[in-house]
Design a protein around this ligand. Structure first.
Ligand SMILES: Cc1cc2nc3c(=O)[nH]c(=O)nc-3n(C[C@H](O)[C@H](O)[C@H](O)COP(=O)(O)OP(=O)(O)OC[C@H]3O[C@@H](n4cnc5c(N)ncnc54)[C@H](O)[C@@H]3O)c2cc1C
Length: 470
């Protein structure tokens, strides 16, 4: 491979190729699968043109290319696997915001730009980028698009896919596909950009995107509600939608076990309600119009729901500090799950109306497969995406729980499928959900996916072993 190394150094210049073991150690995996197989090096292009040359050199040497964003993925997508020679393509030096257009409401951002930086640049221009999640600080725009990330505001603004007006990508053979025209209407043949969104780097390398911006909200209200059942959460969502309409931007369900986990994890108590409250819902609504009195609307929702006994208690954040404190609880549950040894993270979705049945059936099935394990079903009610996470039994044998974990994941996925849901709602398939994908998708669908892969990447050099075997 010394010929390829020399070619890459020539394209990239000094510092563009990392191949010393100490330099590449931190790149070889994501949060779900941190230890990937051996790699030849980490390639760090600065421009799209450099990346196109890199792809041509890798194609000539038949070396695989695994795209790596911030490494915050939760499905093993960025983790190299297998014995074939491979380089990681890191986008960390392609992080520019190329332009912001406040008339057309679009920003053109390079793939390596962290989501949070793109959000901040939009905010500075008086606009909103409608994508947000707990990994915003480290994850990159390219990774977010490649996984079609979701997060807290999907209810209002849609998933990553729905933010994309145009895309620039490099194909396996180095061909550049530039579709950055930010057109709202473009029915000129197939919408090729969609192929790369959610494809986890298996069909092409995303280098930049034209992202839709919206007017920045000038009013925002955040409420926290205690309730007894997931059914009550759904009834509350319907009521809130009838008074607030599309202004609702988040509707997050937090279970008692998740609240306890978070407060244990951070070593403090910030209970919003009685510590015995079984479920808490965090509701946020925003508006770009100062004429929409969101506080009055949400107060009416809460007063009515408390009066009717639908909810146990409710409170409005009276300041930005209080709002952030509530969101810290929500995000703290996600962080505590990631940092708890052995905790099983799940990412299925079901039709919204099936959420209570999903939670009840999954809890029953988990108790059967891993007695004593603690379900922590939490997350995005408005999208039908409840993360049915599971903690090891508090005083149980961790090794035993780890052995049972695949069976636990399987029953949760199977219940989602049976209820008409999906095995991956927002984290992608990567390595971890390949078997589940086969159980969920029809033969016709899988065949079409393989045909697309063969046609765009005939040598199988782009992120081999991910999503599906070809
Ligand atoms: C605390 C926390 C909370 C999170 N909450 C959410 C959440 O609510 N919703 C959600 O959806 N996710 C969430 N995530 C997961 C994660 O942030 C997303 O999956 C994110 O989209 C991954 O981006 P990344 O840049 O880290 O990608 P990586 O992990 O580096 O890569 C992910 C996949 O994208 C591919 N890829 C990366 N860059 C490119 C590119 N330029 N071109 C082509 N392919 C590429 C990789 O090969 C890999 O397959 C959370 C993570 C954390 C740590």
């Amino acid at each position: 491979m010394s010929g390829l190394n020399a070619a890459l150094r020539h394209i990239l210049g000094a510092g563009g190729l990392l191949d010393a073991p100490g330099d590449i150690a931190g790149y070889r995996g994501d949060l779900a699968c941190p230890e990937g197989s051996d790699i030849l090096g980490v390639v760090r292009p600065r421009t799209t043109a450099e990346l196109a040359e890199i792809a041509k050199a890798c194609m000539a040497a038949q070396v695989a290319m695994v795209a790596r964003g911030g490494g915050t993925g939760l499905a093993g997508g960025a983790t190299p696997v297998g014995d074939a020679p491979c380089v990681l393509i890191s986008f960390e030096r392609m992080h520019r915001i190329r332009s912001i257009d406040t008339v057309g409401n679009v920003m053109i951002v390079e793939a390596g730009c962290p989501l949070q930086q793109a959000q901040a640049a939009a905010a500075e221009a008086g606009r909103l980028l409608g994508l947000d999640h707990g990994g915003a600080g480290s994850s990159q725009i390219g990774g977010n698009l490649a996984t079609n990330a979701g997060g807290n505001n999907v209810l209002r603004y849609g998933m990553a896919r729905e933010q994309v007006l145009g895309l620039e990508a490099v194909l396996a053979d180095g061909t550049l596909l530039s579709q950055l025209q930010p057109l709202r209407k473009n029915n000129s043949g197939y919408d090729l950009k969609q192929l790369f969104i959610g494809a986890e780097g298996t069909l092409g390398l995303i280098t930049a995107a034209a992202l839709r911006l919206r007017p920045a909200p000038v009013r925002r209200t955040t409420a926290c509600v205690g309730l007894s059942t997931p059914e009550a959460a759904l009834a509350l969502l319907a009521r809130a939608q009838s008074l607030l309409g599309e202004a609702i931007s988040a509707f997050e369900l937090l279970p008692r076990a998740g609240l306890d986990l978070h407060f244990r994890h951070v070593g403090e108590c910030g209970e919003p309600f009685e510590p015995s409250t079984p479920w808490v819902v965090l509701i946020e609504a925003d508006s770009a119009s100062r004429h929409f009195d969101l506080d009055a609307a949400i107060s009416e929702v809460l007063e009515g729901a408390i009066g009717d006994g639908l909810v146990l208690a409710g409170t409005l954040a009276a300041s930005e500090a209080q709002r952030q404190a509530l969101w810290r609880i929500r995000e703290g549950i996600a962080v505590a799950m990631i940092e708890t040894p052995g905790a099983l993270k799940s990412d299925t979705s079901v039709p919204i109306a099936a959420i209570p049945a999903f939670i009840a059936q999954a809890a029953e099935a988990v108790a059967r497969v891993a007695p004593g394990a603690v379900p922590v079903p939490f997350g995005h009610v408005g999208d039908g995406n409840i993360h049915f996470n599971v903690l090891p039994p508090p005083k149980g044998d961790l090794a035993d729980f780890r052995r049972r974990a695949p069976a636990v994941a399987r029953v949760i996925e199977d219940i989602s499928i049976a209820l008409g849901g999906a095995v991956s709602a927002e984290h992608g398939i990567g390595l971890l959900k390949r078997d589940a994908l086969r159980r969920m998708r029809s033969t016709a669908e899988l065949d079409l996916m393989r045909a697309l892969k063969r046609s765009l990447d005939p040598s199988g050099l782009l992120n081999p072993g991910k999503i599906l075997e070809v």
